[in-house]
Design a protein around this ligand. Structure first.
Ligand code: SF4
Ligand code: SF4
Length: 477
């Protein structure tokens, strides 16, 4: 059952409490528990349509398999990152950094264009909090009942409802923690190990850590994470301009606010000097961060649009036009023309597109092969019985491809240079270490140290080819 409107009429005592909860969340003031009112409306449906599939993807991804292994797997002990058939190594984490920078510019672009859409619709903190509030509403009832429940002395019904809520929260939190660890340890094996009580201590620690993290953040801390822990909330203000789309209250239309007798028609209300805001405070009660949007743009606002849906519901029931609170820009609110395409926005878009292009180019040029060459540090060089000079190298060859490969090894840089190894075979996605001896005739050395180059090329695909430089040491004769 949904709450009645206006909500200020719950009881005198509750009204006072509800007002305190809605405001007074400024920094330094003692935090009050927010009883967030569940709201139905187009934007809340949109939030679910965006947020819940994202959550589903988070839970489902570790279960996806690609051949013999998980499709997405951060294999930290082997220092490998498997992503749908491609394997990335620490040397390639530059690509990952690049991806993070692209994501940051994407976020800047969205922020300048449409405010904190990420926070309201896709941020894990918002999505999980929305789920926890949904569970709370199902098990403890709508907002006014929850307030009464908390004020009531403990009895069997309160104990049952509270236990059910916290159990459900914990189940979600455990599933979240398990899934998170499942990105680093194959989740099917992890589940078997857990069932047999044989899971690694570190896996158990991280499951417990992420369980607690989720339970506290989405169940208890909620808006405090956005207020005090998230850096984005602090710096997003500097990205806004007068044309950025944000959730805003139309004060020119809403003021003077106030309650009015009965269901006063819009024209009559206007004629008698009333603004459209009936001061029902539904927008405050629906706000997951507990702010009053009528006070203007605040850094706590996550652009979730719950207040828009709440207010639109009120306007509809009164027969007033919707949109007293709406997505708009400062310029539009003041009656000035709003510019969509502006230099800062175009600048972010240009950087974003250039970086995306470079990233795609780098991915396209990526050779699925990596080699490390390490000279033997114990002995600078060895003299063979026939007088030839020998240097020893350790090669680590990584096959980053999806199929087993055989490679041809060659070296250049000195006359008469020979290798004791000409072929290497490395299974798909694995690495092999091989000690290789490089030998040259003594007359080939003009200096004690020469640059040489080792070439590795796939036998069946000459485009898979890499070279590494090293030094050849010896004595001149
Ligand atoms: S802005 Fe809308 S929801 Fe908020 S108090 Fe006024 S009428 Fe109620
Ligand atoms: S003010 Fe409105 S948009 Fe902003 S956080 Fe509160 S409910 Fe969401």
């Amino acid at each position: 059952m949904s709450d009645p409107i206006p909500c200020r009429d719950i009881t005198d005592a509750t009204r006072h409490h509800a007002l305190d909860e809605g405001v007074g969340q400024a920094m330094g003031t003692r935090r009050r528990h927010l009883y967030v009112r569940e709201i139905r409306g187009v934007f809340q449906r949109l939030r679910r349509v965006i947020g819940w599939p994202l959550m589903l993807a988070y839970f489902a991804t570790p279960w996806l398999a690609w051949g013999e292994r998980p499709a997405v797997w951060f294999d930290l002990p082997s220092r490998e990152f498997h992503l749908f058939g491609a394997t990335f190594y620490p040397q390639e984490f530059m690509l990952l950094s690049w991806l993070l920078i692209i994501a940051a510019f994407g976020l800047f672009f969205i922020t300048v264009l449409a405010g904190r859409l990420w926070c309201g619709y896709a941020c894990p903190q918002s999505v999980w909090t929305q789920l926890f509030i949904w569970v709370e509403h199902r098990l403890e009832g709508p907002r006014h009942r929850r307030i009464r429940l908390d004020r009531r002395a403990w009895d069997a019904d309160k104990l049952r409802r509270k236990s059910a809520k916290h159990t459900a929260w914990l189940v979600i939190a455990v599933a979240t923690g398990l899934t998170c660890v499942g990105y680093f340890t194959p989740i099917r094996a992890l589940m078997v190990d857990l069932a047999r009580l044989e899971a690694h201590a570190w896996a158990c620690f991280w499951i417990a850590f992420f369980t607690l993290f989720t339970y506290l953040n989405a169940g208890w801390l909620r808006e405090q994470v956005c207020h005090h822990m998230c850096p984005y909330a602090r710096f997003q203000g500097v990205m806004f301009d007068a044309d950025t789309l944000t959730v805003a209250y139309d004060a020119a239309r809403g003021e003077p606010r106030g309650r009015r007798g009965g269901k006063l028609p819009h024209d009559a209300a206007e004629a008698s000097g009333h603004g459209d805001c009936i001061d029902c405070e539904l927008c405050i009660q629906a706000c997951p961060t507990g702010i009053d949007i009528r006070d203007g743009l605040q850094h706590e606002c996550i652009d979730c649009a719950a207040c828009i849906d709440a207010c639109d519901g009120v306007m509809e029931r009164l027969g007033y036009p919707r949109g007293l609170i709406r997505y708009t820009s400062e310029n539009a609110l003041q009656g000035h023309p709003s510019r969509r395409l502006r230099p800062r926005l175009l600048g972010y878009l240009a950087v974003l597109l250039v970086m995306l292009g470079l990233f795609i180019g780098a991915l396209g040029d990526r050779v699925p092969l990596d080699i490390e060459v390490e000279r033997d540090r114990q002995r600078l060089f060895q003299l063979a019985d026939d007088g030839r000079i020998r240097n020893v190298y350790t090669l680590t060859v990584r096959n980053l491809d999806q199929q087993d490969r055989a490679y041809r090894l060659e070296a250049s840089g000195l006359d008469g240079l020979t290798l004791d190894t000409a072929r290497l075979r490395v299974p798909a996605g694995e690495s092999r270490r091989r000690v290789v001896e490089v030998t040259v005739p003594p007359h080939a050395l003009e200096h004690p140290s020469h640059a040489i180059r080792l070439h590795l090329e796939a036998l069946d695909d000459p485009t898979i080819r890499l070279e590494r430089d090293s030094r050849f040491l010896g004595e001149t004769r």
